[in-house]
Design a protein around this ligand. Structure first.
Ligand SMILES: Nc1ncnc2c1ncn2[C@@H]1O[C@H](COP(=O)(O)OP(=O)(O)O)[C@@H](O)[C@H]1O
Ligand SMILES: Nc1ncnc2c1ncn2[C@H]1C[C@H](O)[C@@H](COP(=O)(O)O)O1
Length: 218
């Protein structure tokens, strides 16, 4: 019996991983997909045509970048459901508007008209009865210090050159955002409570928690 069967996790489940930059979403995506023999849906960072420019000039590029992410994630959402599920997704579509676009609007690095255009498009595409929401959102959380260390360790220069205030603001906003999130069930995991990179680490306690939530919500 494989781990998916052992924990009675439906083979068509779609699980999305949320959390601030550097918290460990991609690492969790890879580990869960491997354990469950699921497919993955990763964010495109290296070939994103706006991301580098955005970090150099938020005001100039924030609208372009949000439209790009919305298009990419919407296509991914469609792909996952066309396949019939069985996916782990690295970052949810909900964070684009609830965290990033809102933060840039509030901070004055996205204009009101751009923000309104973006949110009306997002709502028309995503907040409709036709949009297939994931079965579970796993929310990864941790202390700002631990997350900053991980951003340093990963070493993307555009992120390292960004002032700490940016990460601090984002970190604070996530707590409020998850407190109001209701599009699908949530599993909260604190990075202090697991370590997927430790020698001999097991993901089974996490599978057990996923199973409990998915089977309650059947
Ligand atoms: N459990 C862990 N312990 C220590 N470092 C970790 C752990 N999980 C991830 N990391 C490291 O933290 C950095 C960011 O992880 P990543 O999965 O890329 O985050 P995200 O996708 O959320 O931005 C990477 O260098 C990764 O190797
Ligand atoms: N919607 C977004 N707006 C601005 N920046 C974003 C958005 N989504 C992702 N990003 C950035 C943040 C990171 O620099 C990279 C990848 O995110 P990660 O959390 O490391 O997977 O893209």
């Amino acid at each position: 019996m494989n781990l998916r069967e052992k924990y009675n996790i439906p083979k068509n489940a779609v699980i999305t991983i949320a959390g601030t930059v550097g918290v460990g979403k991609s690492t969790m995506t890879t580990a869960l997909a491997e354990a469950l023999q699921f497919k993955t849906s990763f964010e495109r960072v290296h070939d994103n045509p706006y991301l580098d420019k955005f970090y150099k000039d938020f005001e100039r590029w924030s609208f372009h970048l949000q439209i790009y992410f919305l298009a990419e994630r919407f296509k991914e959402q469609k792909r996952m459901f066309e396949y019939g599920g069985g996916f782990i997704q690295d970052r949810s579509i909900y964070e684009d508007t609830g965290i990033f676009a809102k933060m840039h609007f509030d901070k004055g690095t996205m204009s009101k008209v751009d923000y309104e255009t973006y949110t009306s498009l997002f709502e028309a595409m995503v907040m409709t009865p036709y949009f297939p929401h994931p079965d579970l959102l796993i929310y990864l959380e941790g202390s700002l210090d631990d997350i900053l260390q991980r951003i340093q360790k990963r070493g993307r220069s555009m992120e390292q050159e960004t002032p700490i205030d940016y990460w601090q603001e984002m970190h604070g906003r996530y707590e409020d955002w998850i407190g109001h999130f209701s599009a699908c069930p949530i599993l909260r995991l604190n990075i202090k409570d697991y370590d997927l990179q430790e020698e001999g680490a097991t993901i089974e306690p996490i599978l057990e928690q996923i199973s409990r939530i998915l089977n309650i919500n059947k």
